[in-house]
Design a protein around this ligand. Structure first.
Ligand SMILES: [Ca+2]
Length: 604
């Protein structure tokens, strides 16, 4: 009887097709489908894309942006000039379903540990811990001693481990990057600071240290601008280690475009008039570009703008000018970050290391929609229109622009909706590890906890079951290498992840997701969405599919139990009160009045 087994190439193509049909096809554009089909046939002809044992281990450059939205950079549909990131995307892969935590330090703890942030010590952000959480295991407010950060394991396996930028995982020397696996490090310890050197930086809270280099307290020079300085510092570390035969792991964690929005004048000038047409015009532009790039299907229905906030035409002229200026400064920060990524890539090319370097770019969470004006109250600031973006200003860009940055998804940073946790992700593999065609758009789901196992696999390092007498928590992520290298068409099992932060919760299994959020952003009960048909989370299906809802609620309860999540009464409501985005527009109006008073000769 003749064998009916298809040849290996057909198996590979069928695998791709099956996975697309089941989970991804409806989220993909025709362009991406044809790209993936090409990937499948190319895979069929290629040998397994593993590095031979004799090949040198790759260098790894992991770049993290801070509060960058999904649609901001060129490769993901943005109009901001980001040629270096776009070049990485053209050479590499773009992941359109890759997830972070809802805010910064939770994501960073998961990134470095490979386990849920409620295990790693950032059950809540240190800055927003409520009394019920204080002193509880998993809520230490720093990367705790239960976990083993992967940079330490790469260092022990013979890698140089280098870091420049934001840490946000502990203030003391024993919790600094130097103590958690980095040979060389320059770190902003806190979650945010001015992007320029200020005489008042340390006055915000003199009890808290700001910067450490290799564990020791330090300061920044007078000409400091965050993105320039961190990239220069990393380049200096790379230059000091090149040529000694050891591979490197470099962790470049920009603080751009996190508030306060500050950028060099010439970079702001480039975008000075770019955003005067307002939110809705930019929204239409970006969605059209995402569709033409094959990131979204042509019929994709993006999240609608929340009606909680004014539309562009409802703003006064002075408010529109404020908003256009704020977005221009934000764009300038992204632009300058990209220029600095270019600087690091040039160094790698000049040293001959680029070809054997894996480059991963992510954001740590969705765009920032909260109001931060009140945080500047302890120091004098000048937020008048012409001063916005300069060193003495202190603004964010608010919930309306944040929703544009999050396109096509719903909501933004701090929320468990797709706009809070889907981050623009680029992976550029060395040619020796590639079989997917350059520029492939990969809709395969992934999570920030997958990065540790991926990089440990690349570096040939293993994760210990014990450290001394202590049992280590099992890695919760899984290596992405089989899908990134094209050996495997999907993750081989259903994507299964939970989120909880500030009482905002979500659970996803495969294409189904439940989300809990409170007014003004949600109904204060669980909603159910089918992401294959509605990734923008616009149509709640909880009434039509009560069994699916119950099943995911049970999965969420198991997530809570497994990770030691504390269920605190009314937590979401309590945090929401502190984080009201509506006050942003009140502050904007107040800024107008300040301008008016400065213009008025009768008022000082
Ligand atoms: Ca962040």
């Amino acid at each position: 009887m003749p064998s009916s087994s298809p040849p290996p190439s057909a198996v590979a193509s069928t695998l791709f097709a099956a996975s697309l049909t089941r989970s991804a096809a409806t989220r993909l554009g025709a362009h991406a489908l044809s790209t993936l089909a090409a990937a499948a046939s190319l895979l069929a002809g290629a040998q397994a894309a593993t590095a031979s044992p004799a090949a040198p281990r790759p260098n790894i450059l992991l770049i993290v942006a801070d509060d960058l939205g999904f649609s901001d950079i060129g490769a993901f549909g943005g109009e901001i000039d980001t040629p270096h990131l776009d070049a990485l995307a053209r050479e590499g892969l773009r992941l359109t379903d890759f997830h972070s935590g809802a805010t910064c330090s939770p994501t960073r703890s998961m990134l470095l540990s490979g386990v849920d942030h409620h295990i790693a010590g950032i059950g809540s952000m240190a800055e927003l811990t409520v009394p019920e959480q204080q002193g509880q295991p998993g809520y230490e407010g720093h990367l705790n001693d239960r976990v083993v950060p992967f940079p330490q394991l790469l260092r022990d396996a013979g890698y140089h481990t280098l870091m420049a930028g934001k840490w946000h995982l502990g203030l003391t020397p024993e919790r600094s990057p130097a103590a958690r696996g980095f040979d060389k490090s320059f770190a902003l310890l806190r979650g945010a600071d001015d992007h320029v050197a200020q005489p008042w930086n340390t006055r915000i809270d003199p009890a808290q240290p700001l910067y450490r280099e290799d564990g020791r307290l330090t300061t920044v020079p007078a000409d400091f601008y965050s993105s320039n300085f961190y990239a220069d510092k990393l380049v200096s570390y790379l230059q000091a280690t090149q040529g000694d035969g050891k591979p490197f792991f470099a962790y470049l964690t920009f603080t751009a475009p996190h508030w306060p929005l500050q950028a060099p004048d010439e970079a702001i000038a480039k975008y000075a008039h770019r955003y005067e047409a307002g939110y809705e015009a930019l929204r239409a532009e970006r969605i059209a570009r995402q569709k033409s790039l094959g990131l979204l299907p042509r019929d994709f229905q993006p999240a609608k703008a929340l009606t909680n906030f004014p539309a562009w035409r409802q703003l006064g002229v002075a408010q529109q000018k404020q908003e256009a200026r704020r977005m221009a400064v934000y764009a300038a920060m992204v632009d300058v970050m990209d220029q600095n990524i270019g600087k690091v890539i040039r160094q790698l090319k000049a040293s001959g290391q680029y070809d054997n370097t894996v480059v991963i770019f992510i954001s740590d969470n969705g765009a920032e929609g909260a109001n931060v004006a009140d945080r500047a109250s302890v120091i004098p600031r000048d937020n008048r229109l012409a001063n916005i973006g300069k060193p003495s200003s202190y603004v964010s860009y608010g919930p309306a622009w944040a929703q544009v940055s999050a396109l096509p998804f719903s909501l933004f940073k701090g929320h468990s909706h797709e706009g809070g946790t889907t981050v623009p992700t680029i992976v550029r593999l060395p040619p020796s590890l590639r079989s997917a065609p350059a520029g492939t758009v990969l809709p395969v789901p992934g999570h920030v906890t997958d990065i540790a196992p991926t990089l440990l696999a690349l570096g040939g390092a293993s994760y210990p079951q014990r450290v001394g007498a202590l049992q280590t928590p099992a890695l919760q992520g899984r290596s992405l290498l089989p899908v990134l290298s094209g050996q495997q068409a999907d993750r081989g099992e259903r994507f299964d992840k939970g989120w909880e932060l500030f009482g905002q919760k979500a659970y996803r299994q495969g294409d189904w997701k439940i989300v809990y959020s409170v007014p003004p952003f949600g109904p204060g009960r669980w909603q159910l969405f089918n992401l294959a048909r509605d990734r923008a989370e616009q149509r709640d299906l909880s009434a039509q599919h009560p069994d699916q809802l119950a099943s995911l609620q049970a999965a969420y309860a198991a997530y809570v139990h497994r990770n030691g999540v504390l269920e605190v009464p009314r937590l979401a409501e309590r945090i929401a009160e502190r984080y009201s985005s509506r006050s942003y527009f009140e502050a904007l109006k107040a800024a107008d009045e300040v301008q008016a008073s400065h213009r008025s000769p009768t008022r000082p």
